[in-house]
Design a protein around this ligand. Structure first.
Ligand SMILES: [Zn+2]
Length: 139
């Protein structure tokens, strides 16, 4: 996810651009209402800002698979847990069920960090939820 323009384009409250399409363990799965290009993964990203100060949303990809948990702090994206794509495996050995992390820092030009591995503490905190989403998810 490189480039800066789409981050800016996404920096407005979710307003009515998103709708709830499901719920897992009380966490809403939301999706953009109007998608211009169904092949563009950006159309499936969650909003950068939330109306609720501290909340979480789940996203799903174009295939209908849940692929992201985004945690918001003070109405802004703070941390993303992603899977279905893998930054750490060798080419050709992608492990799509390994959860990884992107952190948000709005003082940066590109606020979303490069991927890092999930910590043991983060895994412990969210593993029950991850296992309910898909038993194959792992750290
Ligand atoms: Zn990633």
């Amino acid at each position: 996810m490189g480039g800066g323009s789409w981050y800016r384009a996404g920096m407005r409250p979710e307003s009515n651009q998103y709708r709830k399409i499901g719920e897992i363990e009380g966490i809403k799965v939301i999706s953009k209402i109007e998608k211009r290009n169904l092949k563009d993964p950006r159309e499936f990203q969650l909003p950068t800002y939330s109306h609720t100060a501290d909340t979480m949303y789940l996203a799903q990809n174009e295939k209908g698979q849940i692929n992201q948990l985004r945690i918001f702090t003070n109405n802004r994206a703070a941390i993303d847990f992603d899977w279905t794509h893998d930054h750490f495996s060798e080419k050709g050995k992608e492990d799509i069920f390994r959860v990884h992390v992107h952190e948000w820092d709005f003082s940066k030009e590109v606020p979303r960090s490069v991927a890092r591995k999930i910590t043991d503490a983060e895994w412990e905190l969210y593993k029950d939820l991850f296992k309910k989403i898909d038993k194959r998810l792992h750290k």
